[in-house]
Unconditional design. Structure first.
Length: 244
């Protein structure tokens, strides 16, 4: 049982008496665990209260909309109301479980990651002349990231291939392989005047966050945040403030 599972099991009262006693001894001997435990407890409370509020608001809104239904249909109305309430509670529980099971870095990644669009070779269905580049971007646009990754892998050895290295990195992020994506983004030419390099730095940061490497991710975000005029500067500044 890892640290996350252990803390959640303790908060949910699922530890055996012996395991609970050992865990409480751990809290006494290692004060840093008390801090982590309290953070988890506050997060659980905050998420639960937020979801309860959302459910209450949702049901009140539904009730207002449903008041126009004639009384003769009250049985149906009650059944619909109860069914939706049950579904909302299940969804809230699923949201809570998913949120609490993610690391801080994964939450940042989930909040800020967006697939970078194809800005190199717009694909037109039915074009007569096919080549490696157009095939790669056609697969990319079709979200066939496995195939696109193979094609970009072949393209990256061509002259002026920074774009292929970059899009191969995006494919690796989409495939859940941040450990492979980050070195690719770092290969994009180190040039302060190169906007592609700054964009690659942003996606490298997201890769670090997906791996929960918060220090490396924060350093990369700060670099983007300091780049005047870059399209990602505002988003990076917003995240940098959160990370302070």
């Amino acid at each position: 049982m890892d640290q996350e599972e252990l803390i959640n099991a303790y908060l949910e009262g699922k530890l055996s008496p012996e395991d609970q006693r050992l865990f409480e001894q751990l809290l006494e001997n290692q004060p840093e665990y008390k801090t982590i435990l309290e953070e988890h407890r506050q997060l659980k409370i905050a998420v639960t209260l937020e979801e309860r509020s959302k459910i209450k608001d949702f049901l009140e809104e539904l009730d207002q909309k449903e008041k126009g239904i004639p009384k003769s249909k009250g049985g149906l109305r009650s059944w619909i109301y109860s069914g939706i309430a049950a579904c909302a509670i299940v969804l809230a529980g699923l949201f809570l479980w998913t949120s609490l099971s993610m690391t801080p870095g994964e939450k940042i990644y989930k909040s800020y990651y967006e697939t970078y669009p194809n800005l190199i070779a717009p694909t037109v269905r039915g074009e007569s002349q096919a080549n490696l580049e157009s095939d790669a971007f056609l697969a990319f646009d079709n979200k066939d990231y496995e195939k696109a990754a193979v094609l970009f892998e072949n393209l990256q050895h061509e002259p002026d291939s920074d774009y292929a290295v970059f899009y191969l990195g995006i494919c690796q992020l989409e495939l859940g392989r941040p450990e492979k994506a980050i070195p690719l983004f770092l290969k994009v030419r180190e040039d302060a005047s190169n906007p592609d390099q700054i964009t690659a730095t942003w996606y490298a940061a997201l890769g670090y966050f997906q791996l929960n490497k918060l220090e490396e991710g924060t350093q990369a975000v700060n670099k983007v945040a300091r780049t005047e005029g870059h399209p990602l500067q505002a988003k990076a500044q917003e995240l940098a403030e959160i990370l302070k």
